[in-house]
Design a protein around this ligand. Sequence first.
Ligand code: SF4
Length: 450
Amino acid sequence: MYELSPPAVYVHESVADNETYRGRAEGVVNALAEPVEPIVFSDEDLPDLVNKHGLIENRKPMGTLAEVRDPILMFNTFRFDGRGDEEVARFKALGIESEDLIRELLGYRAFHWSCYNQEGDPHRHDKVCRPCWRVHLQHGCAHRCDYCPLGGLLVSMVNIEEYCEHFGRLVERHPWQKTYLLDDDGDPLCLEPEHGCLGPLIEWFGTLDERYLIIHTKSWNTGWMEDLRHNGNTIIVWSVTGPKQSALIEPKTGTTEQRIEAARVAAEAGYQIRYKFKPIIPVVGWREEAAETVKMMFDRTKPDIISLCVYMWQDVETMVERLGTELLDPECLRAAYDERASVENTRTSPFPPRIRAMIYEHYLGEIRKHDRDIPVSLSTENFAMWKAFEDRLGMTATNYVCGCGPQSVPGAKKLTDHAFKVAVRHPDEVPASVLGLEAPTLSPAQEEES
Ligand code: SF4
């Protein structure tokens, strides 16, 4: 696992009281860079941990913090007891304001329905994605990306056997969903293999028929996965970025080369690998960095799909607050300031359409130098950009395949069903209050990872 020095480690009593679960938390604690004495806590301690002991003090975009430390680690268990709503009300009364945080800390966020491009999605006419179930084991991350607010606290659930039991029911009831993206709000490779949770999940997926787990990562850490019985049912998607971005803006991730090497190792062990250039930050020299990275990818690996997404979901001031200006390409930065009106009514700001199109053109050109046929899609772009690129990509907003789409099985070239219509949430699905599912839209932090 990663070399980590968390300022504190909290272990819920449901973990401490169970030998298997405790062993998982201890596996991580024993591998920390410096010894930390874990603190056992109960539900009743949570309001004080949040409001008096700074549990979420550093859950802020990391580029805005004077000092970024490794996250506090917290181990807990998912709950499937139907009491999510009740507990949310109780803990709100006890002084924890955020419903999402209460569900996260208490273990009521195992699975959620993402209604992208369907009724209930406030951005359905602006952001193109795929409606589906998304699944979680962790919330929070050790990677320290400047633009990301998911540092400060890493909450990890350890009752993987019970989780798989409930997951199995979800899979059975949604035959149209072939792939399941894990942890769009974390990077589950950071604590493995000492944590011992991801391996059992991969092996459980290995027993399923034509259903795939998707792990989305910026990690270097795949060596431990080689001997798992994954049966070809786990896909690993690397968010890959150029050398400057990976080293300076995403400081504790794998470097560009390390991520590609990790992909090579995984591919050699039989995992399907693919890439997303996401988020593409136009740093000084971005064209050369893109060319170098694309070449390295194709020299060393054989992905089945590549997706592209320019940095988005905030105005230019917010971007500069998180990233500074020194590393950014002056032409792109100037355009973000001068042409802000062109992105006023879309969530794809801060870079105007002509800049994003220029960047996509360049990446596509570099990719086509190495592979004329690999499907290349846009990720979470808007409909206007899709329209502009559909001929060149040979796919449309409704039939493209991508890194983590629910029908993007290994080797897929184009969807045969309409992506927004085929996704139907089963009416007899376990009631939302049982699983803590009522979160129709993702937070901006989750969107950054999706
Ligand atoms: S952007 Fe992703 S990899 Fe980076 S810190 Fe956030 S969750 Fe981790």
